[in-house]
Ligand binder design. Structure first.
Ligand SMILES: [Zn+2]
Length: 111
């Protein structure tokens, strides 16, 4: 698997200029206690968008991943990082929704 390739970085809030984010505040105790490695990049939300048709790609497809966090100073949700990744096809979001049996599972009704 290829390393993610960073295409854009936004270390500072575009509104107030703060570099501090909610995920940094939230994970600070975990980093202090060693449960999360120091220097780990943290985020609150990520969006993965495939750039190629999964059917045409053999094993992996190029995807752009945008990572979002919330400014700890002014509360603005902002993009912190954008990366290109190669993701396995089966990890792609299925545009047709979950497969049969994924919801309404449980006991099959017999008529
Ligand atoms: Zn801010």
């Amino acid at each position: 698997m290829q390393e993610p390739k960073t295409i854009a970085e936004f270390p500072k809030c575009s509104v107030c200029g703060s570099e501090e984010t909610i995920s940094q505040l939230a994970t600070a105790p975990l980093k202090a206690s060693g449960k999360i490695a120091q220097g780990t990049f943290t985020l609150l939300r990520q969006q993965v968008v495939p750039l190629e048709q999964p059917l045409l790609a053999a094993i992996t497809v190029s995807c752009v991943v945008t990572l979002f966090d919330i400014c700890a100073k002014c509360g603005t949700e902002r993009c912190t990082l954008a990366q290109l990744i190669q993701a396995p096809v089966q990890m792609q979001p299925n545009p047709r929704g979950n497969g049969p049996g994924m919801f309404g599972g449980g006991i099959p009704s017999r008529q």
